[in-house]
Each structure stands twice: as C-alpha cells, then as structure tokens.
Design a binder for this molecule. Structure first.
Ligand SMILES: NC(=O)c1ccc[n+]([C@@H]2O[C@H](COP(=O)([O-])OP(=O)(O)OC[C@H]3O[C@@H](n4cnc5c(N)ncnc54)[C@H](O)[C@@H]3O)[C@@H](O)[C@H]2O)c1
Length: 259
C-alpha cells in the first residue's frame, strides 16, 4: 500500500525540476498525478514517463484556466486531494534594476498563480472535508537577497497566503491543510539558468557558487510526499525548510560529500 494510495494530486510546474521530481515520488507511492504546466511538450513527455500520470495545459496566472482545470479534475476523478503549487519563475535584479515588467511577471506566476490555485483547490476540497495544499516557497522568503528582489517578495507573499489559508481552514473546520516548503538551492533547470546568468555577469560569484551546498530535487519531493500523505495530518500552516542549514548559517554552506 503506497503512502498516498488513491489520492488525486495536481502539480503545477510539474514538467520540470521540483514539480517533476514530486510527480515521480507521488506516483511511486500510489497517487494519480496530473501534471499541469505551461510547457506542453515537456509536460506531455514527462507524464508519458510516469505511470498513473497525465498532462494538462495550465497557465497558472489565469484564474479562468484554474476554474476549468479544477472542475475538470473533480468531474473526472471525483476528488482533488493534493495541490502542489510549484510553478515559478525568477528574474535576477536588485530593487534598483527591477523593472515594472519583471515585477509583474514574477508575481503573475508566483503570487497570482498560487492565490488562484489555493482559492480553487479550497473550493473543491472544503465540501470533501479533506485536502492538502502545498506551496513551493523558498529560503528567499526568509533571507531575501540583493539580486532576487521581486522573487523574494513573491515568495514572502506565498508564505503569508499559506498561513492565512491554514488558519481559516483550521478555525472553520474545513479539514484542508496548507503548508509551504522552503528549499535552498536545488539542482534544477531554474538553478542552472541562474548559474548561467551569474557566470556571464560575475565570474567570481559564479566560482563561489561552485563550492556551495546544492540539494537534489528528490530531497524536496520527499517533503512534498510527507505533506501530501496522511502522515502529516497535524501539520498545518507550517513553513518547512529544506536547506541543510543554509538559513541558519553565517556564510555559505559548503558542498556536501557526493551521495
Ligand atoms: N531550484 C531551486 O533552487 C529552488 C529553490 C527554492 C524554491 N524553488 C521554487 O520551486 C519551484 C520550482 O522550481 P524549479 O527549480 O523546479 O524550476 P523549473 O524552472 O525547473 O520548473 C518550473 C516549471 O514551472 C513552469 N511554469 C512557468 N510558468 C508557468 C505558468 N505561467 N503556468 C504554469 N507553469 C509554469 C515551467 O514551465 C517549469 O516547468 C518554483 O516555485 C521555484 O521558485 C526552486
């Protein structure tokens, strides 16, 4: 019997990185997985590799898309047990260099996407009296960073939304849990994109990046699995850090011994 057997899980950003690793992990433990992403080609390819998974096109920044998809999932499966909001984008810029366009783009995907996801998952989970919403946040919402102004702001908004959904649900007896995960640097295409930009603009910083701790997507997927499962039934409104001490260490955490 899998740890999330018979659960129906919707994963945004499921075509890549942390969302994709979570799709694999949840499917391995018995969930029916719906990978929802704006990247159709990659999403369909990913779903075809995972037994019990399928792909749905979703732009998380459009509420109408959310309404249609959540209703479709419930119509087809009769339930939605787990929503993982993993879709996200980053733009590297300090407050001084952040343009209105960058700010709005990062918030459209991260902040708006998570808001709509939480709202419409709650709408269908509430009548069922159960559900787990998991929001992919970041250590950026704890520490900030000179070159991640809009990203840290968006992740901080997601952290706040998570707690508000959890408290509402607990106080109203909805039975729906909502938690955030705060990964440090994880080996995904997003981090590779950040590293490429740093290599181009600041070779010294890029060299320093080579020597810091970077986690594997499965490290985060295992936390997703725990939050998706009934093992975490008393965990609600929590901000769970997966960072090997990054947020409590002065200076950089050194690279780990290869596993
Ligand atoms: N990789 C890290 O080091 C790290 C650390 C902390 C937090 N995070 C967060 O984890 C989440 C996943 O990051 P990742 O590293 O897997 O990135 P990734 O770039 O590998 O994957 C992100 C996915 O989101 C999808 N996406 C982008 N815009 C979308 C939209 N409008 N609608 C639907 N899907 C959209 C992309 O197509 C992609 O498949 C993000 O929220 C990110 O901020 C990542």
């Amino acid at each position: 019997m899998g740890r999330v057997a018979n659960k129906v899980a919707l994963i945004t950003g499921g075509a890549s990185g942390l969302g994709l690793a979570s799709a694999h992990r949840l499917a391995e433990e018995g969930a029916t997985v719906i990978i929802a992403d704006i990247n159709q080609e990659q999403g369909e390819a990913a779903a075809s590799q995972i037994s019990g998974a399928r792909f749905e096109l979703l732009d998380v920044s459009r509420e109408a898309n959310w309404i249609a998809l959540v209703d479709k999932v419930v119509a087809e499966h009769g339930r939605l047990d787990v929503l993982l909001n993993s879709a996200g984008i980053v733009r590297l810029a300090s407050i001084e260099d952040t343009t209105e366009e960058m700010w709005r783009l990062v918030h459209a995907v991260g902040t708006d996407g998570t808001f709509f996801g939480c709202k419409h998952a709650l709408r269908v989970m509430k009548p069922a009296g159960r559900g787990s919403i998991i929001n992919m946040c970041s250590t950026a919402s704890i520490q900030g960073g000179p070159q991640i102004f809009s990203y840290a702001a968006s992740k901080s908004a997601i952290r706040g939304m998570t707690k508000s959904v959890a408290v509402l649900s607990a106080q109203s007896g909805y039975g729906v849990r909502c938690n955030s995960i705060h990964p440090g640097n994880m080996r995904t295409p997003m981090l590779e994109g950040v590293a490429a930009t740093v290599r181009e603009n600041d070779p010294d910083a890029a060299q320093a990046m080579e020597n810091i701790w970077v986690g594997e997507p499965v490290d985060v997927a295992n936390m997703v699995l725990f939050l998706a499962s009934d093992e975490s039934s008393a965990v609600n409104g929590a901000a769970l850090v997966v960072d090997n001490t990054t947020t409590i260490t002065e200076g950089a955490v050194p690279k780990a011994v290869p596993r």
